[in-house]
Design a binder for this molecule. Structure first.
Ligand SMILES: O=C(O)CCC(=O)C(=O)O
Ligand SMILES: [Mn+2]
Length: 216
């Protein structure tokens, strides 16, 4: 694949279906058109006003570079005692509900009737990255993980179901949706870097990732 996918999403036709699978990870390129992306960002701003972004502490005692918050019955959280889900934002408020547009993305790419319990909202500034990890704080790995990219491009790395070994990388662009399910549900993955200024979706730049998961 080329370093940069030049296709521009448009709102004139149906979104293309999965055009790529890397190690069982499905990538739906330009699943969201430009206006859907802007509407979604406006909706997410309201979520973030109710449940502001924060920088969780890793179990290793360093604050994460990615700032985050959640929507849904559960929010993902980390501190010195480990990774887990909790039912309230650190401020004490309940997490806001997952916006209907986000649930529609989930249904569209998974075909599942069961809705996700958690929509993790990750915000990456120009320096942020996320180390290689598995998503494994959920009860049932039979449900996929769905990840939505908005804003600046991100270099996403895909490894194996055990730590180490060869990896493959792909650029995720604004509007792309990725699904880790089946044999790829427990695959190691991470974000090496974002490409600042590659998108005009967010006026002050940066990248938003939504990660949708069934928790219990
Ligand atoms: O930002 C991304 O694309 C991935 C985020 C992620 O893997 C996570 O939050 O678990
Ligand atoms: Mn992850």
């Amino acid at each position: 694949m080329s370093d940069k996918d030049e296709r521009q999403p448009d709102d004139t036709g149906p979104a293309p279906s999965a055009d790529l699978a890397v190690r069982g990870v499905q990538v739906f390129r330009a699943r969201l058109g430009v206006s859907e992306q802007s509407d979604l960002v406006a909706t997410l701003r309201a979520v973030i006003r109710a449940a502001p972004l924060f920088s969780p502490m890793t179990p290793y005692g360093r604050p994460m570079r990615v700032r985050m918050t959640s929507a849904g019955r559960y929010g993902w959280y980390s501190d010195r005692t480990g990774y887990r889900y909790r039912t309230r934002h650190p401020s004490g408020v309940e997490w806001p509900p997952i916006p209907p547009q986000v649930l529609e993305i989930w249904s569209g790419v998974t075909g599942l009737a069961r809705m996700p319990d958690c929509c993790l909202i990750n915000f990456y500034d120009a320096q942020a990255r996320m180390g290689m990890h598995q998503d494994r704080d959920e009860a049932d790995f039979g449900y996929p993980v769905v990840s939505v990219s908005l804003g600046d491009d991100a270099l996403f790395r895909i490894g194996n179901t055990t730590r180490g070994g060869k990896t493959e990388s792909l650029w995720l662009n604004s509007g792309d949706v990725l699904v880790m399910g089946g044999e790829s549900r427990l695959i190691y993955h991470g974000v090496d870097r974002v490409r600042p200024g590659s998108s005009t979706l967010l006026p002050r730049g940066g990248r938003i990732n939504l990660t949708l998961r069934v928790v219990d």
